[in-house]
Ligand binder design. Sequence first.
Ligand code: TYD
Length: 212
Amino acid sequence: MFITFEGVDGGGKSMQMRRLIDRLNELGYRVVVNVEPGGTRIGRQVRSILLEAANKELSATAELLLFFASRAQAVDELVRPALESGAIVVSDRFTDSTMVYQGVARGLGQDVVRDLDRIACRGIRPHITLCLDMDVEAGLARAKARNTAGGATETRLDDESLEFHHKARAAYHELARQEPGRVKLVNADQHPDAVAAEIWDLIEPLLRPAMT
Ligand code: TYD
C-alpha cells in the first residue's frame, strides 16, 4: 500500500506522518518512508536547490523538472522496490504537491504535470492521500515560527505570496472533489490526537493483517 501525506505548509503533516508510521510499526507492519523533495541521497541534493531561499532566480520550468527529478530518483531507488517487497510506503508529499503548487498555483498547467508524472513515476500512484487541511494564514504563521526558531534557510516556497498558498489550498480541495475515493481532506485545525484518530479511521480499513 502506498500512502501519501499532502497539504498546505504548517498543517502538522510531518508530526501526523510520524504518528501513523509508529502505529503501523507497533502493529508489525514494515514501513518505508519517503520525503519529497529529498527521499534519497540524490534527492536531498536536489532539495537544497529547490528550497534554498537564496535561489530566487530558479525558473518555474526548472523548478518543476527538479521536483520530478527528485521524485524519479525516489520512485526507482525507494518507492517501487519497497512496494514490490510488500512494505507499506508512506510519502511526505508526492505528485499531488506538484499538481497543486506548480500546475495550479504557478499556472504551469495540469496536463504538463500529468505528462511528467507518467515519465517519472511510471504508474506508481498513491492508494490513499491524506490531505491535512487548514487555514492558510494560520499554517504559514506556524511554518514561519518554526523556520525562525530553527534558523532555516529552506524557505523559498514558504516565502511565496499568500495568494499562491490560497490557490494551492483551493487546488487540494478540487483534487478531493475529483478523486474522492483516493484524496481525503483531514481537518488539521483540531487537537493532534483528533487528527490522528481521523487518519487512523481512514487507514485501518485498508490494512491487511501484518505478517509477523
Ligand atoms: P515540505 O518539505 O513538505 O515543507 P513543509 O513541511 O513546510 O510542508 O515541502 C517544501 C515545500 O515544497 C512546500 O512549500 C511545498 C513545496 N513543494 C512544491 O511546490 N512542489 C512539489 O512537488 C513538492 C513535493 C513540494
